[in-house]
Write a protein that binds this ligand. Structure first.
Ligand SMILES: NC(=O)c1ccc[n+]([C@@H]2O[C@H](COP(=O)([O-])OP(=O)(O)OC[C@H]3O[C@@H](n4cnc5c(N)ncnc54)[C@H](OP(=O)(O)O)[C@@H]3O)[C@@H](O)[C@H]2O)c1
Length: 326
């Protein structure tokens, strides 16, 4: 009898309802690959955007008329259950976490992944649910705060969108790097943000977090809700506005500020870095977790069979931290 695994198919772009459960034959790992029994996988804002094929230029990578990969899900954790020939870094029984990238198929029960890809061993102290989220908010925010800029002790950092996956990670990282941290959130999330280290929380529904003359060294707009032009008056000498959501306005401001002025606009696609860079950055994040200086904020956990509901919840834009399916 053929052994099958559960996954979620996405054969056209659209809302959460385009996702359909499928079963496929469990693959045999090729040389250099490991087969993982997935224990948890993330459902992120980026997963929703890829399902919807938005922004449209992303379809150059995802597939012009329909999603080329056919399956959904990017970030996962689980156990190695088989290894292909020549695998040297992992053994059957290893707990790992990783990112499937453009291969997709992480919202599933099994996945085959290259041992040289974006995978790392999961420490026992990190839960599968937590580990499944690390390639999303944690890696992205760490990349922005330590690679796109290098936050220094004493820097003044403003995180716009402090209660999301990126925001909750960014607050903790900026504190760990020695910055003074302000963050914007609605009143219902203010206590959460203070509990993870924000020195000052601005209720974005009551006041504009971008106070003129605030002198921020870094404004990290985790949601793409503002712009370099709006943030510029709140930046100090040599200040940086960074945003992980690319639009034409940000592209224009990056090009302009690269040539003139001491304040700069920055974007990066953290997920597109080489696997070696991912592993290096995530090792640094794991070190912070081991020192209890970072812990991913976990919101809801759904069974894998409820992936559509998980996507619908993430789509509300109201999640706090991270959502997983298990
Ligand atoms: N470039 C990259 O490498 C990269 C990598 C990963 C993700 N991304 C992108 O990063 C973005 C952020 O993702 P995420 O997962 O962190 O978002 P998210 O978790 O979905 O953000 C939701 C949170 O944002 C808060 N929020 C909504 N509007 C707000 C506002 N005007 N001001 C302040 N807070 C507000 C909500 O709080 P309330 O409900 O209280 O309003 C909610 O808690 C996504 O667009 C994703 O695609 C980019």
């Amino acid at each position: 009898m053929e052994v099958t695994f559960n996954a979620w198919d996405v054969s056209r772009y659209g809302g959460p309802a385009v996702l359909k459960p499928v079963t496929r034959p469990v693959p045999t790992p090729k040389a250099g690959q490991v087969l993982v029994r997935i224990r948890a996988s993330a459902v992120s804002r980026a997963d929703g955007m890829m399902r919807a094929g938005q922004p449209k230029f992303a379809r150059l990578f995802l597939g012009l008329s329909r999603p080329r990969a056919g399956l959904v899900g990017t970030c996962f954790s689980g156990d190695v259950v088989a290894v292909g020939d020549n695998v040297t870094q992992f053994r059957v029984g290893d707990a790992i976490f990783g990112e499937a990238g453009l291969q997709f198929g992480a919202n599933a029960s099994h996945i085959c992944i290259d041992e040289g890809g974006s995978i790392l061993k999961k420490p026992d102290t990190v839960t599968y649910e937590e580990a499944a989220t690390l390639f999303d908010g944690a890696m992205t925010s760490w990349h922005f705060l330590t690679r796109v800029v290098q936050v220094q002790p004493g820097d003044r950092v403003l995180i716009l969108g402090g209660s999301g996956s990126l925001g909750t990670a960014a607050i903790q990282f900026a504190k760990a790097l020695g910055a003074t941290v302000a963050a914007s959130a609605s009143a219902r999330n203010a206590d959460l943000l203070r509990s993870i280290g924000a020195d000052h929380v601005v209720d974005y529904r009551a006041e504009d977090p971008l106070t003129r003359g605030a002198g921020y060294d870094v404004v990290f707009d985790t949601l793409g809700i503002s712009s370099y032009r709006a943030a510029r008056p709140a930046l100090g000498q040599g200040g940086r506005y960074m945003c992980p959501v690319l639009g034409l306005g940000l592209l224009r401001d990056m090009i302009l500020t690269a040539c003139i002025g001491h304040k700069k606009a920055k974007f990066a696609a953290a997920g597109m870095s080489k696997p070696q860079v991912h592993r290096e950055e995530l090792s640094e994040v794991l070190a912070l977790m081991a020192e209890n200086r970072f812990s991913p904020v976990m919101d809801r956990s759904y069974p894998l069979s409820d992936l559509v509901e998980a996507h619908e919840y993430v789509e509300t834009g109201r999640k706090r931290g991270n959502v997983v399916v298990v």
